[in-house]
Design a protein around this ligand. Structure first.
Ligand SMILES: *Cc1c(COP(=O)(O)O)cnc(C)c1O
Length: 416
C-alpha cells in the first residue's frame, strides 16, 4: 500500500457524537461538597448509570476522592458495582417483590426498607444464613417510599425483633426531602421534625444506628441542619445546581458532562426554505444551514427547539423540529463571508458543535436545554441515550482519543 492512500485522520476524530465526562471535575465537585458537609460522611448517588455519566467510572472516581458510601435506587445497580470490584458500603433503596434480596445480602449491599420488604429480606437472610444490613425508611412528607409515622412504631418493633433473632441488623434510618431545592419553603422543617421523632422512637427501641441520613444535594448545600451522619448527593457530584436561581459556578461546582458532535452538512439555501418536519421554521433571507447529527433518539427532547448549539465560538438556537437523529441551526446570512474574514475554511462541515458543557468561554449549559424542553437539568443528563458514546477525560480511564476530543473543543474559539 503506498503512503498516498493512507487515510488522513478526520478533523475532530472520535467526536462524531460524544458525551465527554470529565472525571477530574467529578473528583473536584466531591471534594468541594465533602468540605460543605464535614464531618458527616458522604454517599455518592450513582443510580441511573450515574445520572448518565457512567456508573463504574464515576463510582471509582468517587471512591478515589474519598467518599465512604455509594447509593443506587435498584439492587441490580448495586450488584453491578460489586461485580466490578467496588467494596465500599453501598445502599439500594427501591425494591419490588421480584428484587433479588438474597444476592444483595450475599454481596454485602445495605438495603433500604420501607415496610413490606422486611419479610422478604428476612426470608432471604434465613435462606442464606447471613444477616442483612438494613436502613429503615420513614416517609416524613414526600409521599413516596417509607413507612408512615403512624405505622412506624409497629414497623420498628418488628425490625428490632428480627434483629434480636440475629437475621438482620438495623444500621441506619433515612428519609428523603421534597422541597429542599426551594429553601424558603417551610415543609423541610416539618420533615426534619418528623425525622427526629422517628429516630427517637427507633433509638428508644434499642437500635444502635451507624448512620442517620436525609440530605440530598440541595439540603447538603443549603441546610447544614440536615446533614446528620451522612449526606446522599447525586446532582452535585455531576457539577449541576438543584436550585432554579443558583448556577453551578455560584455553588463552586463544575458540570462534568459535555455533549458534542460535528456538523454533518453545511449548505446555502435561499429565502423561504422550510426547515425540518412540519416546516415550522422558514428562512427569511438567503442563509447557511448547519446540520447537527443528534436528535431525540440521542436523548435531546423533541420539544427543545431553540436549544443552544455552540460552533466556532458562536451559539445558535436550534430551528425547526428536532427529529430522531438530527436538528438544524441557521448560521445566518453572510455566514460564508464572515468565515472567510476569520480565515476559517468556507464550510463548517465537520466543525465541532457543542450542545452543553462546563460553560467555559461562554459555552452553552445544560440548563438552557432544560429550559427549552420545559424540564430540569437532572432529566437532560440522565436521558442522553446509549447511542452517544461516553468518553472519559481527566481520570485514570482517560484515553488518547479523549484528549483529542477535549483539545478540539478548546480550540474551536475563532468565532464565525
Ligand atoms: C436520587 C436520590 C438522591 C440524590 O438526590 P440529588 O438531588 O441528585 O442529590 C438522594 N436520596 C434518594 C433517596 C434519591 O432517590
Amino acid at each position: 500500500m503506498s503512503s498516498s492512500v493512507v487515510p488522513v485522520p478526520a478533523p475532530n476524530h472520535g467526536l462524531e457524537r460524544q458525551a465527554i465526562i470529565d472525571l477530574s471535575a467529578i473528583a473536584n465537585n466531591i471534594r468541594h461538597l465533602r468540605q460543605a458537609c464535614a464531618p458527616a460522611q458522604f454517599m455518592a448517588v450513582v443510580k441511573a448509570d450515574a445520572y448518565g455519566h457512567g456508573a463504574l467510572q464515576v463510582a471509582r472516581t468517587a471512591v478515589a476522592a474519598g467518599v465512604q458510601w455509594l447509593g443506587t435506587a435498584h439492587v441490580s445497580e448495586a450488584l453491578a458495582l460489586r461485580a466490578a470490584g467496588l467494596t465500599v458500603p453501598i445502599l439500594a433503596w427501591l425494591h419490588t417483590p421480584d428484587t433479588d434480596f438474597a444476592a444483595a445480602i450475599a454481596q454485602n449491599i445495605d438495603l433500604g426498607c420501607s415496610g413490606w420488604e422486611l419479610e422478604h429480606i428476612v426470608s432471604a437472610a434465613r435462606t442464606l444464613g447471613r444477616p442483612a444490613r438494613i436502613h429503615l425508611k420513614i416517609d416524613t412528607g414526600l409521599g413516596r417510599n417509607g413507612s408512615t409515622l403512624a405505622n412506624w412504631p409497629g414497623f420498628v418493633g418488628a425490625a428490632m425483633a428480627y434483629q434480636a433473632e440475629g437475621v438482620l441488623r438495623v444500621v441506619g434510618v433515612f428519609s428523603h426531602l421534597a422541597v429542599a431545592d426551594e429553601p424558603a419553603r417551610p415543609e423541610t422543617d416539618q420533615q426534619l421534625q418528623g425525622f427526629c421523632t422517628a429516630i427517637a422512637i427507633l433509638e428508644a427501641a434499642g437500635a444502635q444506628l451507624e448512620v442517620r441520613h436525609i440530605a440530598n444535594t440541595a439540603a447538603t448545600l443549603s441546610r447544614p441542619d440536615t446533614h446528620f451522619d451522612l449526606v446522599r448527593v447525586g446532582l452535585g457530584v455531576y457539577g449541576l445546581s438543584p436550585f432554579p436561581d443558583r448556577t453551578s459556578a455560584q455553588l463552586g461546582l463544575e458540570p462534568a458532562m459535555t455533549l458534542a458532535t460535528q456538523i454533518a452538512s453545511c449548505k446555502d439555501v435561499p429565502a423561504g426554505q422550510g426547515i425540518s418536519y412540519g416546516l415550522n421554521y422558514v428562512t427569511a433571507e438567503p442563509t447557511t444551514l448547519g446540520l447537527i447529527p443528534l436528535g431525540y433518539a440521542d436523548g435531546i427532547p423533541r420539544i427543545a427547539t431553540g436549544g443552544p448549539v455552540r460552533v466556532n465560538g458562536v451559539t445558535y438556537p436550534v430551528v425547526g423540529r428536532i427529529a430522531m437523529d438530527q436538528m438544524v441551526i441557521d448560521l445566518g446570512p453572510g455566514a460564508r463571508d464572515r468565515l472567510a474574514e476569520a480565515s476559517v475554511p468556507g464550510s463548517l462541515l465537520g466543525a465541532t458543535a457543542e450542545l452543553f458543557g462546563n460553560g467555559s468561554g461562554g459555552g452553552p449549559l445544560v440548563e438552557q436545554w432544560a429550559a427549552a424542553a420545559g424540564t430540569i437539568n437532572y432529566e437532560l443528563i440522565t436521558r442522553i441515550s446509549p447511542r452517544v458514546p461516553r468518553r472519559y477525560v481527566g481520570g485514570a480511564d482517560e484515553t488518547a482519543a479523549g484528549e483529542i476530543a477535549t483539545a478540539s473543543i478548546a480550540e474551536s474559539g475563532a468565532g464565525l
